[in-house]
Design a protein. Sequence first.
Length: 143
Amino acid sequence: MARPRRALARIGNRTGVWMYRRLNGRLSSSRRNVRVLVLTVPGRRTSLPRSACVRYLDTPDGLLVWGTGSGSPRDPDWFENLRNARIAEVRLRDRTITARPRELTADERNTAWHEIVLAQAPQAARYARRARRVIPVALLEPL
């Protein structure tokens, strides 16, 4: 059953990325307080550009992203690719920026998860419970 789910997730992601780019992010979320970006980094195995629609939060240091994978027991592919990337292209509506991705670890990750992510996006806790793993968090620092 995991294979069909992953295939559907890939199709959904490609459709979402296409729509985001085509409409400049205007319909990226059905909720007002949810902001989505398109993250493009090289694939960890192919080095080909891979794009994904990702929810984010603004912080003074950059854009905070997290990999719930909708409650999947493993980290999402986009986050695995992000871990290996030195540079990321970030599409925010109709503008594109370059950022340096940095996965947060230990106390820094826990602080960001509890004080920023869960405070502003409490529904992420539901996915974390379902996933039964530590949800990875990264900061995209604009260059």
